[in-house]
Design a binder for this molecule. Structure first.
Ligand code: ZN
Ligand code: ZN
Length: 107
């Protein structure tokens, strides 16, 4: 099964504007980054709620695309609270809470 590949990015690297967005974001919340590769999602990063079998079985993916870090992993379409989040850069799944690193985490 490779359903989780549908969770890949709907965005492309944006450069400076994206970087500034990230800086604004990280100033107001914990630094969010992929525990595996260190990628940091931008304000326009989008995850899609789709039927998934691993690592988190959920058969009722509703197709909603949203920034999962705006809702702490909760899908605004079907209210499913995703405990796992796939990295849009490296494709690895990590527990949602593991994305919230300490402020002094060096990237
Ligand atoms: Zn959903
Ligand atoms: Zn990653």
């Amino acid at each position: 099964m490779d359903l989780h590949f549908e969770l890949k990015r709907g965005e492309r690297p944006a450069g400076i504007a994206d970087l500034l967005d990230r800086m604004k974001e990280t100033a107001s919340r914990h630094r969010i980054r992929c525990p595996t590769c260190g990628w940091q999602p931008g304000a326009d990063s989008r995850w899609t709620c789709v039927p998934t079998d691993a690592p988190e079985y959920y058969a009722h993916g509703c197709g909603t695309a949203w920034n999962t870090f705006e809702t702490r992993g909760c899908c605004p379409g079907c209210d499913h609270a995703w405990r796992w989040t796939a990295c849009l850069a490296c494709g690895m799944w990590s527990r949602h809470e593991d994305w919230y690193g300490p402020d002094d985490d060096d990237i």
